[in-house]
Design a protein around this ligand. Structure first.
Ligand code: ARG
Ligand code: GLU
Length: 781
């Protein structure tokens, strides 16, 4: 499958972008604004006061200064909610703060390697989402959109689980999901000293090589000593620190329940990334283990996993101001990016990626209205493309509104000023900002090429990626024959073919090729274009519709019957047919443009940027050392905390922190693809028949918002109250928050959670899956 780079990119969560360097963590715009003030106040107050003419004026000035200090402190306290903290460091960094906000537990209750703690209930779900254990029988809860491809893969026109939902009323009805994993964290260990050992004074390349070797050695030693665990060492703060994450991964994870699409995806793309929200975005799975409660491949003999901890489920509900924390696996933030990079993302990269997705979504959306088969076939792809597309639109706007670039520039110049005052700092950090800004200008063509490659090759016409799997047949035919492996290879390809065409419409794919190809080419630096482009231009001019039509008419990869017939009588001439196939040729040329041209030239710049970012972040932490720093999200376990609260996202607009079932009814539109709901839900809602899940007013809370800083990967993360009980399930951010991965705004950024009582109501009252409710520990305290 493509190159190893390509495969890596393909595995990125849709929200994840390139990693320009090791983005750091950081000094934010508020710091940028307040720092000069702090400096003035602390360094030369007398001088200031001296300038005041009379005593009265002096008193007045003092008063102003005190007010300023108070405002500053207040703002800093408000900002306490920001951050994605390493659980192993809560004790030293956050415990007091969390307890002051309402946490009744200790840091040790949240994360411990010696005793059972909340951590033992937190699951990395399938590599890109979070889930949590909610019963002693390995039942786990995550989002509907996290289980979406599993739910989709079990769906057909006859069993439309996407539309109608799915409930296993007993364990033997649960459905296996090959490839799906559930990973627990065994421990998180600071290995910085060991990893940086012997790196002093090395140049960029030698340093990277030494670090790589150190990482490998320690990972290997750990796995050898602990055969049931996996060890991975990751850089934090752009390689200023390193932590080893030791994990245990289960591979028998079965689908237990999913609400109807009208609940789990209620509001669709229209409501996605928006508040007020009314989506019951949840699904349930179960982890199975062998007789010793250890990971094992799927087997009918496996037993439900007995977890180290399962979260009690709270029926109590919340009120504004209540402490909340979200415990999970945020994927990537880029809070330390420097101004040129932020400018590049907001003004160049996002707009191009958005425009390409505009086109493919237009085509896919139309395709999905054509039949039930096509709606199911394209559901997961559509959701994947649309999600990041909409986020980037919000992010781009948010960065503009926040004046993110200007704030970064202000911070950088403040940094430079502070550094210039001290010769030692100046020698270490004096040039880093200038160097970074110069380097990003150099790196832009590469970064753009990477984004366009993802958009065209990995998110664009699917026939391309599909055809890459036939490279073995095309290139190694003689060897396959000599080894007697040809028949096996063909059989394997035929099997993958069935899965591919189940979710494929050649007509849509052809239109996507025609629309996206010129956009891909247009964004590329001319030196980074695929070689094939010259001959295509010679033949088709700019008539990409004709190019796509002829290609799709001719290629063996764009028609199931044609491909099967070809494979059935695959002979000596087969390899040539593949090599001459127009889809295969485009695929090859586009991959080569990325690996042989862009990557080859970009890797060095990229390595340099990583190194400069490491120095810059270290500089920030040294120069502005009165602030607590958190490392950017990197798909490792983090705790984020805040409180239940609404926001005032724009002039004249107030967001309340709760939505209720009445709001679902108000949004309901019969037969609408996004806002339809099942009749049974309408009946229960109209009758206010919510059972024990109603709040004190007899309403049913559906979603709520909080000031917990989250990002992609936090989907499915538990929202936990001050006592360690489950109160909700994180699944989104509001529109006005979507820039928070680059720049957080404590006034506006809110995460969106489904209230756990709505989840229970759907499982129990709507679906009658009381078997699941009985497994949980419900608390009302
Ligand atoms: N925006 C949320 C996240 O980034 C939810 C996405 C799923 N919902 C949807 N309508 N596509 O994953
Ligand atoms: N929906 C996101 C996810 O899939 C989480 C929300 C966010 O990005 O804040 O992880």
């Amino acid at each position: 499958m493509a190159t190893s780079q390509g495969t890596k990119i393909a595995n990125l969560h849709p929200n994840q972008r390139f990693r320009p360097a090791n983005p750091p963590n950081s000094p934010k715009f508020l710091l940028a604004l307040t720092l000069p003030l702090t400096l003035i106040l602390h360094s030369k107050p007398k001088q200031l006061i001296f300038t005041a003419k009379s005593f009265k004026a002096r008193r007045m000035l003092k008063k102003i200064l005190i007010t300023l200090i108070l405002t500053l402190t207040l703002t800093l306290t408000l900002r306490a909610a920001e951050g994605m903290w390493i659980p192993a460091l809560l004790k030293s960094l956050n415990e007091k703060d969390m307890q002051a906000m309402g946490l009744k537990l200790t840091a040790e209750d949240i994360y411990s390697v010696n005793k059972s703690s909340l951590k033992d209930a937190i699951v990395l779900f399938g590599g890109g989402c979070t889930a949590e254990v909610i019963s002693t029988q390995g039942l786990i809860l995550t989002n509907h959109h996290c289980g979406f491809s599993q739910i989709q893969s079990h769906s057909s026109v006859e069993h439309d689980y996407l539309k109608d939902g799915f409930w296993a009323k007993s364990k033997d009805q649960e459905l296996a999901n090959p490839g799906l994993t559930a990973t627990f964290i065994v421990r998180i260990e600071d290995v910085t000293a060991k990893i940086l050992d012997g790196t002093d004074g090395l140049d960029v390349a030698a340093r990277a090589a030494r670090i790589g070797a150190n990482i490998q050695a320690i990972e290997a030693a750990t796995e050898a000593a602990e055969p049931k665990h996996q060890a991975e060492i990751k850089p934090f703060f752009y390689g200023n620190e390193f932590y080893m994450i030791v994990t245990k991964t289960f591979t028998d994870v079965r689908l237990v329940g999913a609400p109807p699409g009208g609940v789990g995806k209620f509001g669709g793309d229209t409501d996605n990334w928006m508040w007020p929200r009314h989506t019951g975005d949840f699904s349930m799975f179960r982890i199975y283990a062998d007789a010793n409660n250890e990971p094992a491949a799927y087997s009918a003999d496996n037993k439900p996993y007995t977890p180290g901890h399962s979260l009690p489920v709270s029926l109590k509900g919340t009120k504004p101001g209540d402490f909340t924390m979200v415990y999970g696996f945020p994927g990537q933030t880029q809070q330390y990016l420097h101004s040129e990079m932020v400018k590049f993302i907001a003004q160049e990269m996002n707009p191009r990626a958005i425009a390409m997705r505009d086109k493919s979504l237009e085509i896919i959306d139309e395709t999905m209205t054509k039949s039930t088969r096509l709606r199911i076939a394209y559901a997961a792809k559509q959701a994947r493309i649309a999600n990041a597309w909409k986020k980037w639109i919000g992010e781009t706007k948010g960065l503009e509104r926040l004046h993110a670039v200007e704030k970064k520039q202000a911070l950088e110049s403040q940094f430079n000023t502070a550094v210039a005052r001290d010769p030692k700092l100046a020698s270490q950090y004096g040039a880093v900002v200038t160097d970074l800004n110069a380097l990003i200008l150099k790196a832009k063509p590469f970064l753009m090429a990477r984004s366009l490659y993802i958009e065209f090759y990995h998110m664009g016409p699917e026939a391309l990626r599909f055809s890459a799997a036939f490279a073995g047949l095309a290139d190694n035919y003689d060897k396959l024959v000599a080894d007697g492996k040809l028949a096996d290879e063909i059989k394997k390809l035929k099997e993958s073919t069935t899965g591919f065409y189940k979710n494929y419409d050649p007509d849509a794919d052809r239109r996507i090729l025609a629309a996206l190809y010129p956009m891909y080419i247009d964004g590329l630096d001319p030196t980074l274009r695929p070689d094939i482009h010259a001959s295509l231009t010679a033949k088709y001019g700019k008539d990409w519709d004709r190019y796509a039509s002829e290609t799709f008419a001719k290629s063996v990869f764009t028609d199931e019957a044609r491909l099967n017939a070809f494979l059935d009588k695959f002979g000596k001439k087969g390899p040539k047919v593949i090599q001459n196939d127009p889809i295969y040729q485009l695929q090859k040329s586009v991959s080569a443009a990325w690996t042989a041209k862009a990557l080859a030239s970009g890797q060095e710049v990229n390595a340099k940027m990583q190194d400069l970012m490491r120095i810059y972040v270290k500089g920030l932490m040294t120069v502005f050392n009165d602030k607590k720093y958190w490392p950017d999200a990197n798909s490792t376990l983090r705790v984020t905390y805040g409180k239940v609260e609404g926001s005032e996202p724009a002039d004249g607009t107030i967001y309340k922190p709760y939505t209720t079932m009445d709001g679902v009814l108000a949004k309901y539109v019969k037969d609408d693809p996004e806002f339809d709901i099942p009749q049974r839900l309408i009946d229960l809602a109209k009758a206010h028949d919510f059972g024990q899940y109603a709040d004190a007013n007899g309403d049913l809370v559906v979603c709520f918002t909080g000031s917990n800083q989250t990002t992609g990967g936090n989907s499915g993360s538990p929202a936990i109250d001050g006592s360690g009980n489950l109160i909700g399930l994180n699944f989104d951010r509001s529109w006005e928050s979507t820039m928070s991965d680059v720049m957080y705004d404590p006034e506006r950024c809110r995460n969106i959670m489904v209230d756990i009582r709505y989840v229970l109501f759907i499982v129990d009252k709507y679906a009658g899956a009381t078997n699941l409710i009985q497994e949980m520990k419900l608390v009302r305290e």
